[in-house]
Design a protein around this ligand. Structure first.
Ligand code: ADP
Length: 167
């Protein structure tokens, strides 16, 4: 039986930290669906279509990955996909409180579901979509933290040069 994991998030935008978690998940599960949340309360810089599109570009060529935007309750989506595993990434202790709450709430709503936490590579411990956006906004070089299409898209969106941090 194939083990399918759902990796949900805002991905606003996708970073090397997200991709590191994806690669780790692929070593544990047969397939991973990156579920791009459409209806978050957080105000996103990129539209749901743009976020999903950047994820697609970032994972092009990686086998056993699917990118699927979803709206509504995560557990409803997970159930609909016939999956019982949610993958989330952990960076520092700071992530733990929120993730713990989320995992328990999701299990309450869908008892069959289990959230699996994977720890990021040390290089990406401090990488977050919001920090990347902030650095890009201030004209800094974000090329170490995000795939090329993302730095290009960020520069275009923010009107800050070509994404190299040199414009
Ligand atoms: P959300 O809005 O659901 O938190 P994010 O796109 O910010 O969506 O994050 C999705 C998942 O990826 C979360 O589990 C988050 O902890 C994880 N994540 C984000 N950045 C990193 C990183 N640098 N290293 C490891 N995990 C990360």
């Amino acid at each position: 039986m194939k083990r399918l994991a759902i990796y949900p998030g805002s991905f606003d935008p996708i970073t090397h930290g997200h991709l590191d978690i994806l690669q780790r998940a692929l070593r544990v599960f047969d397939g991973v669906v990156i579920a791009v949340a459409q209806n978050r309360s957080k105000t996103a810089l990129f539209s749901p279509e743009e976020r999903a599109d950047l994820v697609r570009q970032a994972v092009a060529g990686i086998a056993d990955v699917e990118v699927d935007p979803f709206s509504g309750l995560l557990v409803d989506y997970v159930r609909k996909r016939g999956a019982t595993i949610i993958v989330r990434g952990l960076r520092a202790v700071a992530d733990f409180d929120y993730e713990f709450q989320l995992a328990l709430m999701n299990r309450q709503l869908y008892p069959e579901v289990n959230t699996v936490f994977l720890m990021t590579d040390q290089r990406y411990l401090y990488v977050s979509s919001s920090l990347v956006k902030e650095i890009a906004r201030l004209g800094g070089d974000i090329s170490d933290f995000v795939p090329k299409p993302v730095s290009v898209a960020l520069a275009k969106k923010l009107g800050t040069g070509d994404g190299s941090g040199k414009g």
